[in-house]
Structures are given as C-alpha cells and as structure tokens.
Design a protein around this ligand. Sequence first.
Ligand SMILES: [Zn+2]
Length: 164
Amino acid sequence: MRPATRFVTDASLDQLARRLRFLGHDVVTHRGARLEELFDAAAIDGRTVLTSSDRHPKRYAAIAALRVPRGDLAGALRTITEQHAPTSAPWSRCPTCNVALHARSTFEARGEVPGRVTRMNVRLTWCPSCGQWFWPGSHVARLTAWFEATLDRPIPRPESGEPA
Ligand SMILES: [Zn+2]
C-alpha cells in the first residue's frame, strides 16, 4: 500500500511539481531555497524532500528525501506515483499554488471565464490563492492523455471528481 506523502521541493522541479499537483499530490515549492532549507522545511512540516540533488547532509539523515533525475519528467512521475499516493483527488489542487480548489457555480464564473465555458455547463473550480479558474477544457484533455500514456492507467476526469 502506498502511503500518502506530502513533498517539499524547489523551483528546479517546477514542471514535475505542477504535474504532481494536477494528480492531487501535495507539493510545496520554496523558490530559491538551498537544499538545507528544504530539509529544514520538511522537518518542520513532516514532508519529504523532492530533489534532483545527490546530497543528503548527515544532520538531516532522519528526514526522508526522494531523488529524481532532472530532465526525465515522465520517469520521475512514474517513480513517485508508484511509491506514493496523492493526498487528494486529481484536479482538486491548484497546479501553481498547491492549495485546494473551490467549486464555483456558472453564475459566479460569469465574466471570469470565456462565455463558451459557462455555456458548456461543466464543473468549474477556482483557486482562492491566485484567483485562477479551471474547467475541463482542451488543456485538461491533453494533460489527461499524457498522464494516461505515461502512467499506463486511467486518470479520473475532473467531471467525476469529488467536489473541492
Ligand atoms: Zn493558485
């Protein structure tokens, strides 16, 4: 059984972190943080350090770290998702801010998203941190296809997800 794992990383793994958040993984990014600072943050918050660095300073021996090679997005995603369960449902977390998205009505979305989106009558979500709106459009369809090809398993669509 894969345990749910919360991660902390730096901006060098931004693309991986965004993809993981789409799948519901809790990944905090500390921009510009040194490796030691990532370990400090992990210790305070009970997180696992996600890094492409080979270093694991001795004084942080008790802190879990997961090493992924840089430049192999698909391979890294496979490794992580095989060993670690997400903390929430796919499409329920802002890919930029890592916070839980809120469900929003079509009425609330008027003027905020293109009219064709509100007319589609799909599930709309909104990030309370950055204010970005999300809906199951072509970007989500492309990402879903990429996830399914990469992980070789079906990924639930946003429409069938739990309400945020
Ligand atoms: Zn956000």
